[in-house]
Design a protein around this ligand. Structure first.
Ligand code: IPE
Ligand code: IPE
Ligand code: MG
Length: 224
């Protein structure tokens, strides 16, 4: 396996569909919420590891436009974990990570991000805005088809560059590597436009068990 330290110095855009929290918990006889808690901790570890490798952009699927149908108690727990994630400011600053967010814009009719998460997102973006290292983009209340429909509607003409300019964050570079954990080989409405030419890495590893070693295995796909 290629050592990431020796690999190309090009800064990569890695996107993760963090799946399998519920099954991870079930296998341990724990409630699904325990899986989400472990998943948030795994993410903190992956952010640290990615920031130390040649990853310039890490984009993670935190909560989809389809996930609102889950039981209210599970959603409440996940919302709390996002506040926790966006509250890890000291850690993010220590790793020179700049926080970013994509999802249905707060002031638009179908947007569903609750005020408390909105505040945490805005605060984290502001508290990390001077960092110059990796950009951590959390997709929350995000769905790629909604993003593309909105971009096409707003674009001045139907060219790739005009549509690109109307995506939630047009500064995100194309995805180099798309990772999905927990054995599902589907892309579930995540970054369909941005990942048009991405390498795709599916692993049976559950998200709560995904760490630096698993990230290195995934990066080996694009680092040779
Ligand atoms: C991913 O884990 C977390 C979110 C979608 C918020 P899941 O909750 O989908 O876990 P599984 O897929 O049911 O195991
Ligand atoms: C994808 O996982 C969404 C997130 C990781 C936030 P899901 O578990 O919601 O996806 P499906 O239902 O298997 O497509
Ligand atoms: Mg799932």
């Amino acid at each position: 396996m290629t050592s990431p330290a020796r690999a190309s110095s090009r800064r990569l855009h890695v996107a993760c569909i963090m799946d399998g929290n519920g099954r991870w918990a079930k296998r341990r006889g724990l409630p699904r919420t325990a899986g989400h808690t472990a998943g948030e901790e795994a993410l903190a570890g992956v952010v640290r590891a990615a920031a130390q490798r040649n990853v310039g952009w890490l984009t993670v699927f935190g909560f989809s436009t389809e996930n609102w149908v889950r039981p209210p108690s599970e959603i409440r727990h996940i919302l709390g974990l996002h506040r926790k994630l966006f509250g890890r400011i000291d850690e993010l600053n220590a790793n020179n990570v700049r926080v970013n967010w994509i999802g249905r814009p707060f002031d638009e009719p179908y947007a569903r991000t609750p005020k408390s998460v909105q505040r945490a997102i805005v605060q984290a973006i502001d508290d990390t805005k001077h960092n110059t290292g990796m950009v951590l983009t959390v997709a929350f209340d995000y769905g790629s088809r909604a993003e593309i429909v909105r971009a096409v509607t707003r674009a001045h003409h139907t060219s790739i560059s005009a549509i690109n300019a109307e995506l939630y964050d047009p500064t995100l570079p194309p995805v180099d590597l798309l990772v999905r954990t927990s054995g599902e080989s589907r892309v579930s409405n995540f970054l369909l436009w941005q990942a048009a030419n991405a390498r795709v890495y599916f692993t049976d590893c559950s998200w709560p068990d995904f760490g630096a070693a698993q990230l290195d295995d995934a990066l080996a796909l694009v680092s040779t």
